[in-house]
Design a protein around this ligand. Sequence first.
Ligand SMILES: [Zn+2]
Length: 199
Amino acid sequence: MFSGGLDSTAMLVKLLAESADELRVHHIRMINKEKRDLAEQRAVEGILAYCRAHYRAFRYSESALDFSALEAIPIDYLAIAFVACQVAIDTPGCNRIAVATLATDTDIANRSARQRRVFEEIYACYRARKLGEPSVDWVYPVHDIPKAELAAGLPPALLDLTWSCRCPVEGLRPCMACKACRMRQSLRIPAAPAHNPVS
Ligand SMILES: [Zn+2]
């Protein structure tokens, strides 16, 4: 599951460079009133092009969840559990789902457990129809790597393409105030993709 952020980009590079696994990379266009989808989509396209040119080929797909008419912001990890299930069923032989969850993320143990629980309930409905592999494991390839180390391990040109801001100004410029923006500042990572300079 690939968002276009720093963590999932580092995970993608790790899987491409260090494994021979057949990968299906999936991005969810999360559309809500924070309007981060445009900037995120641009990041995703740049990162995919970079990875295809510098690592190896992989299958890619995307889906979209449009909640822009709602006032509330849906919880990402629930959307990811739901979509990951559809993608697993859609991928012959799929027996693992990789997510870029970090040990340092807030409340992560509980959140990951809840995410898997949501997934298991939905997946069981497909298994009842004899679809999918008997079991699917969730794997966390970058879980124990500090964020600063993930950032340092990425080629600078690729790091610049990643997008973190949750609520960009006019949908395109990092707000510089949200938690994700402050994290980037603390790690001295450029706030905006190189092809999207702050004006
Ligand atoms: Zn921000």
